[in-house]
Design a protein around this ligand. Structure first.
Ligand SMILES: *Cc1c(COP(=O)(O)O)cnc(C)c1O
Length: 432
């Protein structure tokens, strides 16, 4: 399997080359040149993450050194479970993606990427994992690479725009993790990272790769839990399943759509966004414009222009058939309303992002006929300062999160300029 750039101006690469590069040299995103035919029979017989991971990702690693070790990588990435829980609504299940070390779905992709890179990067100079985060990516990536020899993690986050607990998680590592508190927006952080990757002189000096949701190493493994869930629910209900996915950069939802395009029993994917609604315009008109991100209660989805839209459009422009796409925007008032109603209506205390998914489930016309699965992308205890006042009780911390929050904090302030980031990257900070 080879991967090419969405912008068409970079040489084709193998999977491990694509993982090591992050963004393609022409500034595009790597996409598989063709979608492989998947033989689903083993996954239908055993829709566990371990088996679905091998069945679905095998063809994407074909011809690459990763193919030899894919089983180990899958087992490492999917060590945390992803249970499909019933709700009080018989037509709706919830896919709990928050049982990993940082209590959000991004742990799966980050662990897959770390386990893969550790096995395929050449020996020699340490590799810097450079990542901009709107909240959850950075801590997941830091946790996945923390104290892994041969790696340094540099995380940028918009200071004051993530929850206090998210900030503590981002700063809870030290050692080979350098956490930069940037006085700017997430879009600023993302732009700085993109510039650094395009800076040829810098790349010659510092071996770097990305771990943002643009990375193939995040996108591909995220297909696995969507496919496994769809197989499990479809086996019980006898027909294909609709998925509602809280959406910011469109990484998780694109993975769900791709899993469906590859033949997993998924008929629709609902993109549940917060007030940042570029995808709603795009799904209605086919047109969109980059906007400034608006801060919301579901802050891990505060994205002006979802970076993976370029990938989705690339597939659609080439006539790839996949699940139907619906997009819906949920404002803060409706998020609060759903946080308050969800415990009784569905039997789950949810995070603000998951609340967007439940609200979308109730409002999208296509959701009238079941079965549906809403992705619960983070544990509500990560957003205690939003959730607890609304539900009027404390949300107990899951054990891994409690352990992280007991650690001391390490952070460096940073101006939102390319030069400031360059200075950090060329210093041996985090490499000692
Ligand atoms: C990152 C994140 C999202 C958005 O996921 P994308 O892949 O960027 O669309 C949703 N919910 C939570 C909790 C997140 O951390």
């Amino acid at each position: 399997m080879h991967y090419i750039s969405t912008r068409g101006d970079s040489p084709a690469v193998t999977l491990s080359e694509g993982l090591a590069a992050g963004l393609a040299p022409d500034g595009g995103l790597y996409v598989p040149r063709t979608l492989p035919a998947i033989d689903w029979s083993a996954a239908e017989a055993d829709p566990s993450l371990a088996t679905v991971g091998r069945v679905l990702l095998g063809p994407f690693a074909a011809g690459d050194p990763l193919a030899e070790v894919l089983g180990e990588v899958v087992d490492d990435a999917y060590a945390p479970p992803a249970p499909v829980a019933a709700t009080n609504d018989p037509r709706l299940h919830v896919l709990e993606l928050f049982h990993g070390p940082t209590a959000a779905f991004k742990d799966f992709g980050a662990r897959f990427l770390a386990a893969s890179l550790q096995r395929v990067l050449p020996e020699g100079a340490p590799t810097t994992i450079l990542v901009a985060t709107s909240g959850d990516t950075g801590s997941a990536v830091a946790a996945a690479f923390h104290r892994r020899p041969g790696f340094r993690v540099v995380v940028l986050y918009p200071e004051g725009r993530v929850s206090p607990r998210q900030a503590h998680q981002l700063e809870a590592f030290g050692d080979n993790v350098v956490t930069l508190a940037v006085s700017g927006s997430f879009d600023d952080c993302q732009a700085m990272v993109k510039t650094a990757f395009r800076d040829g002189a810098l790349r010659a000096e510092v071996r770097m790769t990305s771990a943002n949701s643009i990375s193939l190493g995040r996108l591909l493994p995220q297909m696995v839990y969507h496919a496994a869930t769809a197989l499990q629910v479809a086996a019980r209900s006898g027909g294909p399943v609709g998925l509602v996915v809280p959406t910011g950069n469109l990484g998780n939802a694109l993975a769900a759509w791709l899993a469906g395009a590859l033949g997993a029993p998924i008929h629709s994917v609902v993109l549940a966004t917060n007030r940042n609604d570029v995808l709603v315009d795009w799904s209605r008109t086919g047109r969109f414009e980059a906007r400034t991100a608006i801060p919301t209660l579901a802050n891990a989805m505060d994205v002006g222009l979802p970076s993976n839209l370029e990938r989705l459009r690339w597939f659609l422009d080439r006539g790839v058939q996949g699940p139907a796409i619906h997009a819906v925007s949920v404002d803060d008032e409706r998020i609060r309303g759903m946080l308050a109603r969800a415990p009784e209506r569905y039997g789950h205390v949810v995070c603000p992002h998951t609340a967007c998914a439940l609200e979308a489930y109730e409002t999208v016309e296509a959701c009238r006929e079941g079965p549906w699965v809403a992705a619960a992308t983070a544990h509500p205890a990560k957003f205690d300062e939003v959730v607890e006042p609304v539900i009027g009780e404390e949300v107990p911390l899951p054990a891994p999160l409690a352990a992280l929050l007991a650690r001391p904090r390490h952070a460096h302030p940073l101006q939102p300029t390319d030069a400031a980031l360059r200075t950090v990257l060329t210093r041996p900070l985090g490499l000692a």
